[in-house]
Design a protein around this ligand. Structure first.
Ligand SMILES: N[C@@H](CCC(=O)N[C@@H](CS)C(=O)NCC(=O)O)C(=O)O
Length: 309
């Protein structure tokens, strides 16, 4: 179960993006919009928005979303995780669970286009989740972070966990983290798109991306033949890769061809924190998967995006 703040405050649906609009009277500038200090505390008494079904679900389970305690000062508020249950989202939910950091999950239903809401874009201008707001950032002031790799590094530096301070060890973690961010993630994502979403007749693209996934998993298999974890010790690099290997397992036969990757996947999957992070918000995704209309809408929202004014 997600760590929520320790208060006994009854769980209820969080506002979709409890990111306060800039309070300054001046016209918003790009700098102001991006300034993390502005991206912080939600008004305690903000009027409740109409809860969407998934937020209502999160509220009834009481697992995923909890309200900040009324008495909490902004700096005492837990980290807000803007999230949808996907491989990129899992990276951060797993890290938060591994570090036992208090957090609240704010669902960003990317199938409905919530990633385009201006308040979310202020903390994640690339219209992608995950993102976080840490109310106890540097100087005890709020900070927002987007891009899963940057979030993992930030949380690793903040906690001193799973991201070693020793430079040689840190370089090894960075190598495998960037390998995931630039290779395993994007290539598996493209392969998944052409295998499962694109219409027939994309043989070239299908082959190109599934070949590349096969090559990358082979690289990983060699590495894991020599090291228990990608960077030697268990680290944010493993957390970044794990969800994508779950996806890649549907494209390549790990058991037959890549036994080291399979053993690593199971070793990591057996960690209780990984299991909790992996299950976070699963019911939200299931609701969507069981609703053909929602799936159709998700395709419209997610595919064919072009620059917006
Ligand atoms: N490089 C980004 C990628 C994040 C990403 O692609 N997120 C997807 C879900 S896995 C998303 O938010 N998609 C929304 C959209 O396509 O509009 C990261 O690692 O944080």
């Amino acid at each position: 179960m997600a760590k929520t703040n320790k208060s006994k405050t009854k769980s209820k649906a969080a506002k979709p993006f409890p990111v306060k609009k800039p309070v300054a009277k001046k016209a918003p500038s790009a700098k102001k919009v991006a300034a993390p200090e502005k991206a912080a505390p939600a008004k305690k008494s903000a009027p409740a928005k109409k809860a969407s079904p998934e937020k209502a679900a999160a509220a009834t389970t009481g697992k995923a979303v909890a309200a900040a305690p009324k008495a909490a000062t902004p700096a005492e508020r837990p980290i807000e995780l803007f999230y949808w249950p996907t491989p990129n989202g899992w990276k951060v939910s797993i890290m938060l669970e591994e570090c036992a950091l208090p957090y609240t999950m704010v669902p960003v239903n990317i199938g409905r286009g919530e990633q385009f809401e201006p308040e979310f874009l202020r903390i994640s201008p690339n219209n992608r989740m995950p993102a976080i707001v840490d109310h106890q950032g540097p100087g005890n002031k709020p900070i927002s972070v987007f891009e899963s790799g940057a979030i993992l590094q930030y949380l690793g530096r903040k906690t001193g966990k799973f991201y070693p301070a020793d430079e040689r060890k840190r370089v090894a973690v960075d190598e495998w983290l960037f390998w995931q961010m630039a290779g395993l993630g994007p290539m598996t994502g493209q392969a998944n798109h052409f295998l499962n979403y694109a219409k027939e007749g994309n043989d070239y693209a299908r082959k190109r991306y599934t070949d590349e996934v096969h090559r990358l998993v082979g690289v990983m298999n060699k590495r894991l033949g020599e090291h228990e974890y990608l960077a030697g010790e268990y680290s944010i690099a493993d957390m970044a890769c794990w969800g994508w290997i779950i996806g890649a397992s549907r494209m390549v036969e790990l058991g037959l061809e890549f036994p080291n990757v399979k053993a690593w996947r199971e070793r990591i999957g057996a960690r209780p924190a990984v299991d909790r992070g992996f299950r976070l918000g699963r019911e939200l995704r299931e609701q969507q998967n069981n609703d053909p209309k929602a799936q159709e809408e998700a395709r419209r929202v997610l595919f064919g995006q072009r620059a917006r004014p």
